[in-house]
Ligand binder design. Sequence first.
Ligand code: ADP
Ligand code: MG
Length: 580
Amino acid sequence: MERLKEKLKQIDGRGYKAYKTIEGEYKFPDFTLLIDHVQGDPFASPSRLRVRLSQQRAGFPAELFENESRRTALEDYLVRSFADAIRRYVRGGRGTGRSGLVAIAPCGQEILKRSAVVVGEDYIEARFVVGLPARGRTILGTQASEILFQELPVVVRRSLFYGNLDLHSCHRQVELAEDQDFIRSSLKEKGLVAFLANGSLLPRRSGIDDRPMPKPPAVPLLSPQSLEVSFLTPNSGTIKGMGIPQGVTLIVGGGYHGKSTLLRALERGVYNHIPGDGREWVITNPHAVKIRAEDGRSIERVNISPFINNLPGGKDTTAFCTQDASGSTSQAANIMEALEMGAELLLVDEDTSATNFMIRDQRMQQLVCKEKEPITPFIDKIKSLHHNLGVSTVLVLGGSGDYFDVADLVIMMDCYLPQDVTAEAGAIARRYPSRRRPEGGPDFGELTHRIPLPESFNPRRGSREVKIQTKGLHTILFGTTSIDLSCVEQVVDPGQTRAVGDAVLYMARRYVDSRRSLRQGIEELLKDIGQKGLDILAPFGTVLGDYSMPRKYEIAAAINRMRTLKVRAGPQGERSDGKV
Ligand code: ADP
Ligand code: MG
């Protein structure tokens, strides 16, 4: 520490480049400071630093990180705690550009595995950035000293020392996350695909604010009697609420009665949520994938033949390619790609679906004969999807009662409260037959695995430089290829986007070999992350604090949207064995 003090004195008033000399490792009384990378100028991305303190000093009881659920929740809690301490103890604004900024990866409502804080058996490490202060390009050494020797030690002490935390809220988050994972892993044995506890608050503050809508006006969820189930959790006692069983579930109801809000909560229920979110007991099968139309996306040799056949011009739909998909072909591809990765639950909302993909009624069947309609609508596949492949669907649909014929359960949202109207819907279906003819045969059809080819993945920009950048949630620049994730709605944290970008390169270098299928490649990648952590994704020699954990479905989604993707067909296969 004295050495660093001395250096900062020496370079005070010199040109910004002299800051480079402070890269290195320094012993502070409470922790080790690692200055990994110093920015090139005050406007560049801020410098990357780490603090590491011994578990002995930090004092966390082992029970707080004794399993993966708990460890992840604790790490996530400490990132928030560090950010909170920055808000309270860092002055900021110490010169030009980003001078004086101290920041750690921002967290939303989800509890995610994050690289910003790592809790090991005998140490805790936090990764953050600092805008090393300057006036113009002149180093402000005294200001830097204030940040590193006054502000930072307080931030660390306040946020990473067990004894200084709000112990109740820390334990609460860890125990809650463990309970959420517990329910998620018990859904199957109860025959459920999702669970929403009574009292859950599903609506958000606004379209751009993911915090809960205050209550009132928010109406808390209450399960209809017929769907009520309960879970005895490890830490929170018995939790009661609405269970959504496997099979085909229809969510109906008038416009503005909360259908899409319910579905969105289910989409997010694949992740854990922080205490107070309102959706902390909304738990969905972890293999749930939101499906929507996405016209304009590219598709590379996806077998969409279960849904689309006899395209004009005789275009092959068992290996369908396009750089500009239509609403219906994009929705079909989104389903087939999700199934290829092992999806167990599809979440579909009429608001974001292609009408002609969802339904073809009797009158339309009369006017446009099957030979002239390439699309087999979803209504004719939704049952075989479950019977042949074991894949359930939750479908929001206010516009077509034809689906009553194929639904196992019909939930009506009535002023934001779910009602079980399965019996009424069944009676109506019998009284008013839809008279439409089923199309597409009794079976779902083939699933084809695809083998990505190495030439798909060129991360270079110019002749040498490897460059992968992300912008917000939805854009990855992979070399010169731009990947658009704006319709991949279960990417919820910009850290996931960053991880996906670098994961694609990691996978391409190790597991894209013209033999492994896309699914195998991604599963190998995830196995590596599981064993060695998110740090393996960082470009050689760097440690980055801004990753958070994506699911395999979102990694696949990014690869599937690369316009440079080239694949060859692998074997057709059973989807459940995970082998092909
Ligand atoms: P639908 O899909 O049925 O048309 P939405 O889910 O889009 O309806 O919800 C319509 C509006 O009602 C949204 O502004 C949403 O925030 C609000 N809302 C949804 N659920 C609730 C609730 N439980 N309590 C209060 N407001 C809600
Ligand atoms: Mg809606």
